[in-house]
Design a binder for this molecule. Structure first.
Ligand code: AMP
Length: 119
């Protein structure tokens, strides 16, 4: 990928982000439009479009994303009261940026899992 991908550009340092944790393979940074008191995005540095492509293409890298998410949850003090980790995927999942990212949300009760049920 590269210049067409927003999150690849963040990895490359071409677009600023508030980075909270970095490993050899992953980057975690604060969401620009937070939906909870803590809202961090955790991505693999290598470009995969979504979580299914990542999990099928490089399971070890998918595990790195989970491990970094857990480390950030601990850093942010979320382990006691809990948090939500989610991957919006594809059109029905509401994905807007097609570089896989885990949303780590916490710091307050997050309410029901979905804004509305299946009407
Ligand atoms: P999704 O809808 O799951 O693809 O989520 C994309 C997320 O990226 C949204 O929560 C946006 O607020 C967030 N976002 C978009 N641009 C940036 C940016 N430059 N830095 C940090 N977060 C961003």
């Amino acid at each position: 990928m590269g210049s067409d991908c927003l999150f690849c550009r963040i990895v490359a340092g071409e677009i600023p982000a508030t980075v909270v944790r970095e490993t050899d393979t992953t980057l975690a940074f604060r969401d620009i439009d937070p939906k909870a008191p803590v809202h961090v995005l955790v991505i693999p540095k290598e470009h995969y479009a979504d979580v299914a492509t990542l999990a099928q293409g490089d399971p070890a890298l998918a595990a790195d994303v989970l491990a970094t998410s857990a480390a950030v949850a601990e850093d942010e003090g979320l382990l006691g009261d809990g948090f939500r980790l989610m991957f919006n995927t594809g059109v029905y999942g509401g994905q807007e940026v097609f570089h896989v990212h885990a949303h780590l949300l916490g710091g307050a009760p997050l309410g029901p899992m979905l804004a509305r049920g299946l009407a």
